[in-house]
Design a protein around this ligand. Structure first.
Ligand SMILES: [Zn+2]
Length: 73
């Protein structure tokens, strides 16, 4: 393990956000779900970065500015 200076968060497996095992799980408000469900892009209220391998959620984004760049359809 190197002492990383970018202090990127990782799960127990050591995977960071850009790893294939790590999937962003967005949470939407009630209206957000409806908009996304009808194909309209809408920023989530929260994005959790969860490792599909160990199941650990090691980072959350709740900053509205950052969430805008995490809009999924
Ligand atoms: Zn993991």
């Amino acid at each position: 393990m190197s002492t990383d200076q970018n202090n990127q968060k990782t799960c127990s497996c050591g995977y960071a956000k850009d790893h294939a095992w790590v999937v962003p799980k967005p949470s939407y408000s009630f209206w957000g779900w409806i908009l996304v469900g009808t194909g309209i892009s809408h920023p989530p209220t929260e994005v959790r970065f969860e490792c599909d391998r160990c199941g650990e959620v090691f980072e959350r984004i709740t900053d509205p500015v950052l969430l805008k760049s995490h809009s999924y359809k």
